[in-house]
Design a protein around this ligand. Structure first.
Ligand SMILES: NC(=O)c1ccc[n+]([C@@H]2O[C@H](COP(=O)([O-])OP(=O)(O)OC[C@H]3O[C@@H](n4cnc5c(N)ncnc54)[C@H](O)[C@@H]3O)[C@@H](O)[C@H]2O)c1
Ligand SMILES: O=C(O)C(=O)C[C@]1(C(=O)O)C=C[C@@H](O)C=C1
Length: 360
């Protein structure tokens, strides 16, 4: 018999999980305090229930909590009515407090496996989600000390079916790594925007903010309610990361004041090295990809032309980004491929068609 899946919270993450699992044919029960999300998901046949009630989860084999951190901490003790064999997992971006609450408040704590998908975006809510959100994305699983091996294997297998790349880890590693890779970057983006907001001529700054500023601050558009909880629940690790970051900024400031160009360049080079390695040789939190850029004229349908060309030769584009889009000036398209061979094939095709590709 096919597994029944319950999802509490049908926002960005829960709504995306629901879409991905229902697309694969699983029976998905979805719960949300926002009745519009439940109605929408039911109408789209993403969930099987048309009203929200936690009791609907009684027959589920796996239950995902895809709610904000504080709500998740409150919901965990309310799940003791589930079948003892039900696997419970969450999606919260911090793991310490979640794992402790599960250990203390669940009758069958060994069947709680902490979860955290390393994918998302700055928008929330059901409409922001989509069924591909987890494809090729790393996904942390944090089993408690007594978690049966087959429970972890079962959940891992389920997540792999929706394309996730599962990493089984522990609380300490998770909370330290995410502080540096996700929580600190959000803290920096919000702080940088706040600094500009306080400037006297912030209207002018808003108008002129170009690519670099936008690249660095996209995530400052994320929900302040959600992020205040994430930062607060990982505050020890975030505070350590903030101190390390302040240390880096002060080093740079001192180098600038000392005026030695070689030393400044060496400092920047160390940063550049990490960034260059991010998508290469299997390093980094994103999948290693093989990139190229191509120049495309500013005309309707150009994107379709380029992607259509590659599709005709069965070349799969893993990621696509417009790096520079200026009115009337054409654009630079960044395309990423899973293999070296695909990128070489794409390079030749694009070169032949005059798109002036460059390997990255
Ligand atoms: N946004 C991201 O990029 C991202 C990425 C990975 C993990 N996460 C984590 O996933 C979780 C959900 O984040 P999101 O971005 O999907 O947020 P979201 O705001 O899009 O979704 C949360 C949903 O939970 C619902 N909800 C709130 N209280 C509820 C309750 N008591 N019962 C039932 N439903 C309730 C809300 O109505 C909303 O639909 C968070 O814990 C977050 O840390 C977020
Ligand atoms: O891309 C974004 O907008 C995100 O914020 C995604 C992001 C991240 O920091 O990378 C945010 C929070 C999660 O817990 C995991 C992923």
């Amino acid at each position: 018999m096919e597994m029944k899946i319950g999802i509490v919270g049908l926002g960005l993450i829960g709504g995306s999980l629901a879409r991905a699992f229902s697309y694969l044919g699983y029976q998905v029960y979805g719960i949300d305090t926002n009745s519009q999300y439940v109605e929408l998901a039911y109408r789209e046949k993403v969930i099987v229930n048309n009203h929200s009630d936690l009791n609907l989860l009684t027959s589920c084999d796996v239950v995902f909590l895809a709610t904000p951190p504080e709500t998740t901490l409150q919901l965990i003790p309310a799940l003791n009515f589930l079948k003892p064999e039900t696997i419970i997992t969450d999606t919260v971006s911090i793991k310490g407090e979640i794992m402790q609450t599960a250990r203390e408040k669940l009758n069958n704590a060994k069947n709680f496996i902490g979860g955290h998908p390393l994918t998302g975006m700055e928008r929330g809510g059901y409409q922001a989600g989509h069924r591909f959100l987890f494809e090729n994305s790393y996904y942390f699983l944090i089993p408690g000390p007594d978690a049966p091996e087959d429970t972890v294997t079962k959940l891992k297998g389920l997540l792999e079916k929706i394309g996730a790349l599962v990493i089984v880890s522990d609380v300490t590693t998770h909370d330290r790594i995410t502080a540096q890779l996700s929580h600190l970057p959000h803290a920096i983006a919000y702080s940088l925007c706040r600094m500009c907001q306080k400037e006297e001529d912030n209207e002018l700054l808003l108008k002129l903010a170009a690519g670099g500023f936008r690249d660095l601050t996209r995530i400052a558009a994320s929900s302040p309610e959600l992020w205040s909880e994430i930062l607060l629940y990982n505050r020890e690790e975030v505070a350590k990361s903030i101190d390390l970051f302040i240390g880096e900024l002060l080093t740079l400031k001192n180098l600038l004041m000392a005026g030695n160009k070689n030393e400044i360049s060496a400092f920047l080079k160390e940063g550049q090295e990490f960034r260059t390695n991010l998508n290469q040789n299997g390093k980094g939190y994103l999948l290693p990809l093989y990139d190229l850029t191509a120049n495309i004229p500013d005309r309707p349908g150009m994107l379709a032309k380029v992607t259509g060309l590659l599709a005709r030769f069965n070349i799969n584009i893993k990621d696509i980004e417009i790096l520079k889009a200026r009115e009337g000036d054409g654009g630079v398209l960044k395309l990423s491929f899973a293999t070296f061979e695909e990128r070489q094939k794409a390079f030749s095709l694009l070169e032949k068609e005059g798109y002036r590709p460059v390997l990255r």
